[in-house]
Design a protein around this ligand. Structure first.
Ligand code: SF4
Length: 269
């Protein structure tokens, strides 16, 4: 997969990787041995049927490949970009013993991007069960839990304390690595399945714990948002940020565009 030129990347914060072309994707997929006991699937935390979707790409059936991935993973465009495939599925690809393993992550991303370009199809839902589930936190865990619960026919309310959904996908990962329109498209698909997203709702304050009693189940996906300080001199000085605060100021509050946006970030002159 190629990168944009350094000259171009100096001028903006757009995505660095260009993605595969259809021809490159077909060629890469064609290298797959379609193993009977695929190590790649064992290496995938959600056990995507990797040989199946790769075979579809090799046949030029890109949308079918994306649909195949979505059976196990509702966030293929995100995972194709930010999962550490080199230590997971690709690390267990049999081809890695003699040559480069199949670029599974790049192929996953390719299929998902093709699907997004054509218009995402809302996954089917089972008949409503009458059960209600509260999902607290709209980061990756909350989003996927909400989507899977909606697929099962449960009614889902997802609470987010910030003004934008996505959790670490939105505030923690810069757009040159994970474009925000990619995150938005995958979250929008989950909302289109009927998930009720309530932004600016801090559970325990905006929403009382008693109000949550009316739900049949509660999923806590609050993430690991608190920073860990090192206990060294100067860490409390003005202009010294934890990584979380710095990333939130820039990615979520657009500090790089201060004063157009209200939130600044300290700069060394
Ligand atoms: S282990 Fe590698 S070669 Fe075998 S099916 Fe998985 S991706 Fe293809």
């Amino acid at each position: 997969m190629g990168d944009r030129s350094v000259g171009d990347r100096l001028k903006d914060f757009e995505e660095v990787d260009c993605g595969l072309t259809p021809q490159e994707a077909i060629e890469e997929a064609g290298r797959c041995l379609q193993c009977k006991k695929p190590g790649c699937v064992d290496g995938c935390p959600v056990n995507i049927d990797i040989p199946a979707f790769i075979a579809l790409i090799a046949q030029g059936k890109f949308l079918e490949a994306a649909a195949s991935i979505r059976q196990q993973n509702l966030l293929p465009a995100i995972c194709g970009r930010v999962c550490p495939q080199e230590t997971q599925c690709e690390a267990l690809c049999i081809l890695g013993k003699k040559e480069a393993p199949i670029r599974i992550g790049q192929l996953e991303r390719f299929a998902a991007d093709q699907e997004r370009a054509k218009g995402l199809t809302i996954p089917a839902r089972k008949a409503l069960t009458g059960k209600r589930v509260a999902v607290i936190g709209s980061g990756p865990a909350g989003i996927v839990a909400a989507g899977e619960l909606a697929k099962c026919g449960h009614s889902v309310v997802m609470y987010e304390s910030l003004h934008a959904p996505g959790g670490v996908l939105t505030y923690g990962i810069p757009s040159f690595r994970l474009p925000k329109d990619v995150v938005k498209a995958e979250i929008d698909l989950i909302l289109a399945m009927g998930v009720d997203l309530r932004l600016n709702h801090l559970v325990g304050r905006t929403v009382s714990y008693e109000e949550l009693d009316s739900f049949d189940a509660i999923f806590l996906g609050t993430g690991a948002g608190l920073p860990y300080f090192m206990g060294i001199p100067g860490e409390n000085l003005s202009g010294v940020y934890s990584a979380n605060e710095f990333l939130t100021r820039v990615n979520l509050m657009h500090a790089e565009r201060f004063p157009e946006y209200d939130t600044p970030v300290a700069r060394m002159n």
